[in-house]
Design a protein around this ligand. Structure first.
Ligand code: CA
Length: 230
């Protein structure tokens, strides 16, 4: 099938924001008497805040957090995250987006983030690349990754079938969600996890960085075209 759309995860793919998220998670859990290492925070990347808090609470305290606790912990995590300067675009992201746009491919954002200023930030750093109609955010979904829901919704919003789109993800749970939605998935290992954390979830290809993907894009596209003509 002809490729029509690229679904972009945001944190850790388009923006180098994951170090801030991992640090904020580590600090907030410590503050509430629980332990979540920075590396483990990367393993939970993509989950909803409540999902992450409950998994750690079950492990460290033997029970889930109350809704009030979840709200308080997540608010504090967001406060700590926001103490950082705005995250910068991931090197290579703009170079990749330009090639994708020049090839006439649709760009869709699929993120668990629920920041209201999201589109403004995207437009500021990546002008003319994204529109509100082609974004799936925390406001659009109930379950979030690793549930396939966000990617199934992206297929609906883009109006394409699963074999007409591919996903670019950096997180193991993001890869799991994309594969569960039946999508070809390129993993970019922009964090500290071993490659197997992404490959074991079924990533179809792996690049060590967004820059490596941008530089390898032409070759990948050509390979895909050849395979489709076989
Ligand atoms: Ca991500």
């Amino acid at each position: 099938m002809k490729l029509k759309a690229i679904f972009f995860d945001m944190d850790g793919v388009l923006f180098n924001s994951m170090p801030y998220h991992a640090e904020a998670w580590h600090q907030v859990m410590k503050k509430y008497g629980m332990n979540l290492s920075r590396e483990e925070a990367y393993m939970h990347e993509g989950r909803t805040g409540a999902g992450t808090i409950n998994i750690v609470s079950m492990r460290d305290r033997g029970h889930e957090a109350t809704p009030a606790e979840i709200e308080e912990i997540y608010a504090e995590k967001s406060r700590l995250f926001n103490l950082n300067p705005p995250a910068l675009p991931m090197p290579g992201a703009w170079e990749l987006l330009q090639q994708v746009k020049d090839a006439g491919l649709m760009r869709v954002i699929v993120t668990g983030s629920g920041q209201l200023s999201l589109l403004d930030r995207l437009n500021h750093h990546f002008p003319s690349m994204f529109t509100r109609e082609r974004m799936v955010t925390a406001f659009d979904v109930k379950y979030g990754k690793p549930n396939p829901e966000p990617y199934l919704m992206a297929l609906l919003k883009a109006g394409v079938s699963a074999d007409e789109a591919i996903v670019i993800e950096n997180a193991p749970l993001g890869v799991r969600a994309a594969k569960a939605a039946g999508l070809y998935t390129i993993a970019v290992n922009t964090g500290p996890l071993p490659e197997n954390a992404l490959l074991d979830e079924g990533a179809d290809r792996l690049y060590p960085s967004m820059m490596a993907l941008a530089e390898g894009w032409r070759e990948w596209s050509e390979e895909r075209r050849m395979k489709n003509e076989e």
